[in-house]
Design a protein around this ligand. Structure first.
Ligand SMILES: CC(C)(COP(=O)(O)OP(=O)(O)OC[C@H]1O[C@@H](n2cnc3c(N)ncnc32)[C@H](O)[C@@H]1OP(=O)(O)O)[C@@H](O)C(=O)NCCC(=O)NCCS
Length: 174
């Protein structure tokens, strides 16, 4: 299917619609989506949003992606956390999720972020270059098969060991 959409950043104007498509997408995939909606709200109210993008098709919301600043110690690198991300259920598999993620990563890189981290299905995120291996330097309670990283600056994760923490919104809604 060919997708037609534009990516914009005025997400505050679309907060209700973003919550609605997020809830539906996560309920469909995982059986619940309240947590993801709450994370989005709290990231905003905590002022922890780095990049937030919404995909619009003729004014209708068809996708959303959020990037926030993770805490790493020692703070020798700047790390973006990707998520939540979703495409509207009736528009999935048409390139919306990929376009949002690629645009968000490019913006994080332009903000001089060194790496991005996420929790998700490795089969999907490998297309952007995320690997479990790249996340090996991060000590985190989230470490495991879903925890992946991507260098936005070549070599940023080659050496080093960091304590990694998601922004507090993620823990607050667990
Ligand atoms: C994951 C998600 C954001 C992808 O957005 P999308 O617009 O459907 O994805 P794209 O069209 O850019 O990419 C589709 C491709 O990804 C694949 N894909 C989607 N989710 C996948 C997954 N979990 N594992 C493996 N492949 C996956 C599709 O099969 C398709 O493959 P193809 O390109 O070889 O045909 C979307 O499916 C979604 O909202 N899912 C529910 C919420 C969710 O799981 N969010 C991510 C949580 S970490």
């Amino acid at each position: 299917m060919t997708a037609s959409f534009t990516i914009v950043t005025n997400c505050a104007d679309h907060a209700a619609g973003i919550a609605a498509i997020t809830l539906e997408a996560f309920v469909r995939k995982y059986g619940s989506g309240d947590k993801e909606v709450a994370i989005i709200d709290k990231l905003r109210s905590d002022g922890d949003v780095l990049v937030e993008l919404v995909a619009l098709d003729d004014g209708a919301i068809v996708g959303h992606a959020m990037f926030s600043r993770a805490a790493v110690a020692p703070s020798t690198i700047k790390v973006a956390a990707l998520g939540p991300v979703c495409a509207r259920t009736d528009r999935q598999k048409s390139g919306i999720g990929s376009a949002l993620i690629r645009e968000g990563l490019a913006r994080c890189k332009a903000l001089d972020f060194d790496a991005a981290v996420l929790l998700g299905d490795a089969n999907y995120y490998k297309r952007f270059g995320f690997t479990r291996r790249a996340a090996h330097g991060f000590e985190s309670k989230y470490a495991g098969p879903y925890f992946q990283a991507l260098e936005l600056r070549h070599g940023a994760l080659h050496d080093g060991r960091w304590m990694f923490e998601y922004p507090k919104a993620f823990a607050a809604v667990e």
